[in-house]
Write a protein of this length. Structure first.
Length: 441
């Protein structure tokens, strides 16, 4: 349980808030590069600020205030130019530093005044990594944009899924250090949804452990049917600091839009079967993942959709003055404590956790990977197809509902098999006979 004051410290992200200041020290993924194949601008709300992300006609990206500094028109309807973005109202143009570079009437009628020099709008650096566009909103110089190892893995098909969630970012991130929810939300409840009452229960969690490392935390689990030699215990899974979950073949960022909204950014790779190598992906597709069904209810069929409804179900901002933490929440307590300590460090002028400043260090940075045994790396099509719990990863997209037909087609081509709809994980065997390593998330 937290005091109201502490709950606000963790959850408020607007300009000038302590957590807002801390999160602004980290690069945040905000869009897919491939979204700009067909558009030049995208309105973006990030940590309580309304911005526009654009690609200019030279192929460079910029992120500037959404409202034109002239008379506040909406620059997401602006026109891309070779060196920046032009407002569609009176034609003022801005470069990626926010500098006004053209005022068509003023430049024509009163060129000697050079009035544009005195107009500059808010602008933030944009980075490109893993087919994603990233924003940095903190003080300069910016740290390195992390080059996590999976971004350069060969022979993979990657995709990016964006979803808008109506809740605060921190309750989403707490999920990254919450191992027991897999057993209940994804295994047992998922099975109940498909099979109704009477379904057998999945292997129980018996023991948990949590460690901190340079780039975040790992949680470790023993479930019925595995022992302490299993990678889920010897390596664990990563709650990547400050707002991401890393599971070996995918990242899930919880990007704060404002205090009550979060952008979920999923980056997922799938290894092509060994007999399909070498494979080089030309462009990483980006798609918008729906969260509601046609009746307005939450989609419950896919793994992350289940997570989404849990997070939003905690309320727009979870009221942590009303919670009752249990023994399974030890990791959550550790992460909260770390955030409070980092807020103190920042206030004292110290560098916060996990930033990479040395470009030589920022090359294919490795993170702990516990689930090599559940990805398809190094396996042939024939081997994968023999194992139902692996086959499902090759023949469908289990993480989020709504994969567009075009992405399905691209993935089918890469994998060499027909992709179908995900209709649920193959049955988990009753307790103690299953390899819980095959759990999806
Ligand atoms: S409002 Fe943008 S140019 Fe006038
Ligand atoms: Fe989950």
């Amino acid at each position: 349980m937290l005091t109201q004051e502490k709950n606000e410290l963790l959850t408020r992200v607007g300009p000038g808030t302590p957590m807002g200041n801390l999160l602004r020290r980290y690069w945040m993924p905000i869009a897919g590069v491939s979204e700009f194949d067909k558009r030049a601008t995208k309105p973006v709300r990030l940590m309580g600020e309304d911005l526009v992300l654009y690609k200019d006609l030279s192929g460079n990206f910029g992120l500037i205030d959404r409202h034109c500094p002239h008379r506040r028109a909406d620059l997401s309807y602006g026109m891309a130019e070779p060196g920046g973005l032009r407002c569609n109202y009176h034609g003022w143009a801005f470069d990626a530093s926010g500098q006004c570079i053209e005022q068509p009437f003023e430049d024509t009628a009163f060129p000697e005044r050079n009035a544009k020099c005195r107009v500059k709008t808010k602008a933030y650096p944009v980075g490109v990594r893993g087919g994603m566009l990233w924003a940095y909103m903190g003080p300069l110089p910016a740290p390195c944009l992390p080059d996590w190892e999976p971004f350069s893995r060969p022979n993979v098909f990657s995709q990016i899924v964006l979803s808008d969630l109506p809740c605060n970012w921190f309750q989403c991130q707490e999920n990254s250090i919450d191992p027991v929810h897999f057993e209940w939300m994804h295994d047992n409840w998922g099975k109940r949804l498909r099979e109704g009452f009477g379904a057998t229960y999945a292997p129980k969690h018996l023991k948990l452990d949590f460690d901190e490392f340079e780039f975040g935390f790992v949680y470790k689990r023993i479930r019925e049917g595995i022992d302490e030699t299993h990678p889920f215990w010897t390596i664990g899974r990563v709650a990547l600091w400050p707002n991401c979950f890393f599971l070996g073949d995918h990242f899930e960022w919880r990007v704060p839009v404002d205090d009550e909204n979060t952008l979920s950014v999923l980056w997922k790779l799938t290894h092509v079967p060994a007999d399909r190598e070498p494979y080089v992906q030309e462009s990483i597709p980006t798609w918008q993942g729906p969260v509601f069904d046609e009746h307005g209810g939450w989609i419950t069929s896919h793994v992350m959709n289940q997570d989404f409804l849990a997070w939003a179900g905690q309320g727009r901002i979870a009221d942590r003055t009303q919670e009752h933490l249990g023994a399974s929440d030890r990791g959550i307590v550790m992460v909260r404590r770390r955030f409070f300590e980092e807020l103190d460090k920042l206030a004292a002028g110290e560098e916060p956790k996990g930033l990479i400043r040395d470009p030589a260090r920022n090359v294919s940075v490795k993170l702990p990977v516990a689930n090599n045994d559940t990805t398809l790396r190094g396996m042939t099509t024939e081997q994968i197809m023999k194992e139902p719990r692996r086959r499902v990863h090759l023949t469908s997209f289990i993480l989020q509902a709504g994969q567009p037909e075009e992405v399905k087609r691209q993935m089918s081509q890469a994998m060499g098999v027909d992709m179908g709809e995900f209709t649920g994980l193959p049955p988990i065997m009753p307790r103690a006979t299953v390899d819980p390593g095959s759990s999806p998330g």
